[in-house]
Design a protein around this ligand. Structure first.
Ligand code: GLY
Length: 307
């Protein structure tokens, strides 16, 4: 695939089964993943940059209420919605990230703006939303992000009296990694986190190296899953480190990293694009919403573990 472009997307991993999802749910997810692939592929086909493609793909999934990012994000224990996002450009390892954003329609766009218009990497809470307003990004109220299904999930969790996280959940974080025709890679990730999160909990998605990483020397990675374990495994960076220092290919590095996350007790997955444009994914959950497309190849979308 050397010389061509590649885009890989994910819409979350977890316990994803045909019976639970239903035919209509399955079709909605496949359509959305296809739309995200097409949004990013349009950028890459036109000779655009990997980061623009990754951002474009993630915006589609943030705006789709079926995914746990932007509109459709899960609720915190207190009934609010707090979103995290990050982007990284493999050309110079520049990065931007935001955590606990509440009023910016597309957190991934805000992360991109942090990367490009500030001297910082990670902004949080009200300050991140204020930065978004100062830079003219589209705002959105709580009603935009909230959905009945996410409210039901929170109510169900509370009714069970879970003291901690909903381990049965489909995590639903979204992400994209791209390699453009010029050979540069980029990653973008966005999430509402986990249902019922408390005390200002932050997951792996906005942590550079945890859930998001890109380096032209190796590739780009976006993760989804039980964030605490991906943080401890430094999962996104671990994939790139395995390629760089151990000489593993991206498929092997992705699988070894998920095995490492699993050994800690974590579940989820990663998508990867290598510096030559090799697209890959690995996950240890029953399913992962995922898709890939590359120059000269038709898009592929998959949901379940047996696809
Ligand atoms: N992987 C997303 C989170 O744990 O917040």
């Amino acid at each position: 695939m050397s010389g061509g472009w590649t885009l890989v997307v994910h819409g979350g991993a977890g316990i994803i089964e045909r019976e639970r999802l239903g035919a209509d749910g399955e079709q909605a997810i496949r359509t959305a993943l296809g739309a995200a692939l097409e949004a990013g592929a349009a950028v890459l086909r036109a000779g655009g940059a990997a980061l623009d493609a990754a951002e474009a793909a993630v915006v589609v999934l943030e705006d789709d209420p079926n995914f746990n990012a932007g509109r459709g994000s899960v609720f915190t224990f207190d009934g609010t919605i707090e979103m995290d996002a990050a982007v990284m450009d493999g050309r110079d390892r520049s990065a931007g990230a935001v955590t606990r954003v509440t009023g910016t329609r597309n957190p991934v766009r805000l992360a991109r703006r942090v990367k490009e218009a500030s001297s910082h990497v990670l902004l949080s809470c009200d300050g991140a939303d204020a930065f978004a307003r100062e830079h003219g990004l589209e705002e959105a109220g709580a009603d935009w992000f909230a959905t009945d299904e996410r409210r039901r999930q929170l109510d169900e969790m509370r009714a069970r009296g879970d003291a901690h996280f909903d381990t049965e959940m489909k995590y639903g974080t979204v992400g994209a990694v791209a390699r453009d025709a010029a050979g540069h890679v980029a990653a973008a990730t966005s999430t509402g986190g986990i249902t019922g999160k408390r005390w200002g909990r932050v997951g792996d998605s906005p942590l550079i190296g945890g859930g998001t990483y890109a380096d032209d020397r190796t590739g780009a990675v976006s993760a989804t899953g039980s964030g605490e374990f991906f943080i401890r495994a430094v999962a996104a960076h671990q994939v790139c480190a395995r390629v760089r220092y151990l000489g593993e290919d991206v498929v092997g590095a992705a699988q070894a990293t998920i095995d490492d996350v699993g050994a800690l007790g974590g579940t989820g997955g990663v998508i990867v694009v290598g510096r030559e444009g090799e697209g890959a994914w690995a996950f240890n959950s029953s399913g992962m919403y995922r898709g890939r497309v590359s120059a000269g190849s038709a898009p592929v979308v998959a949901i379940f573990g047996d696809e």
